[in-house]
Design a protein around this ligand. Sequence first.
Ligand code: F6P
Length: 488
Amino acid sequence: MTSNPESKSDTAQATPDRPTTPTASFVVVANRLPVERVPGHDGEEWRMSPGGLVTALEPVLREKGGVWIGWHGVSGEDLEPFEASGIQVVPVPLSREEVTEYYEGMSNATLWPLYHDSVAFPEYHREWWDAYRAVNQRFAERVAAVAGEGAIVWVQDYQLQLVPRMLRELRPDVRIGFFLHIPFPPAELFQQLPWRRQILEGIAGADLVGFQVPKDAHNFVRLLRQMLRYETRRDRFSAPGGRIGRARAYPISIDVEAFAQLSDSPGVVARAQEVRHDLGAKTILFGVDRLDYTKGLRQRILAVGELFSEGRLDPEETVFVQIATPSRERVEEYQRLRDDIELLIGRINGSMSTIARSPITYLHTHFPKDEIAAMYRAADVLIVTPLRDGMNLVAKEYVASKTDGSGALVLSEFAGAAEELKQAYIVNPYDINGMKEMILQAVRDSPAAKRRRMRALRRQVLNNDIHVWADAFLHDLDLIGYPTTLES
Ligand code: F6P
């Protein structure tokens, strides 16, 4: 299936056997490679890891003979380019220090909280910024070394915001797209960033800049006008040299068909029945999130806990299952969050459990996809309550998995998904009482009322899957370059 890359030194220098002729006509650049190392016949192998972005881009990568450039998730290992499940991947090495400063620091303790409404305090450190710039430069150089003449390059997300401009300087011939998967902050917050100009100029190096929601695209264009004095008109901006770029919203989605098929597969159907039987509850409330402070876990658990303690939800009849996937565990704020929510859940269960059952079943671990699919199938209500979220694909996965039209989705108004999933039970996660009422309504509404809402949600999700997203972005990127004025 794959080659077995050997570990090399901890440097970013090009090695002689790296491709010297840049040939790829399509290049995806993301912080992470979409591969996982698994035990194989002769030692270890690389397998494409499942995920929406990979599914959407795999056909394009194959058709165009494209490559994916990214970090493989381990520090201090410089790997040769290799093939995984028929896709060419080019690993970018990160030293241990760079993981600390570029990934855990600048990306996840500065940009991540700042871009999510500052729900945690963003830290600004000059050495993190230096590492961020150096790593972005390395990514840009890797792209420049593999992209063929006039190639399409699609840069992903907040870890690589400087790459578009750096790449343009190295390779003015390539067409560059950039997509931000997380929210883009309003000017008042963005202005805090000591390196705000460099970030704006970095992103604006792209021909097409995609955001999750229109408001974020407007924020970006307004900042280009106000801070960089770019001329702008609607979604277009004029960059130095007269190049015209565009910034607009492309709400990301999931591989809807794959989720539906998995949900209806005999194994998942049987497992969902087993889960319902094992939980022994009439009503199953469910939450599944990366353990991240943006996800509103404290508020959600508090709301559900109060509903139990006030007797408005009966622990004999109802159970709340919360899966929290470990994430960014070396970042302090994530460690604090884990302590907080485990204490909270411990208190609730401590005061309301019986020997036989607990109101909250909490699982802090990675779950396989089919186990999550069984939970979606079994759950009567999915609760998604981020304080801020670019999109939130869990909400869309649940809707896609409810092939029988049952279920109810409680969704925060601060998730990008709320712009599309208007028939969900919409909540403000800061308003605990309001959230409690809405959760109760989602539990108690008549089956017909729930089905009506779910039908509308399913229509929206089924018509806008990940392929629609990728096609729309790549189509617009393809067209860019033709209009030469701000007006056209
Ligand atoms: O949504 C942003 C994102 O970076 C995703 O691309 C990724 O799947 C998720 O957060 C987890 O991030 P990390 O790569 O830091 O584990």
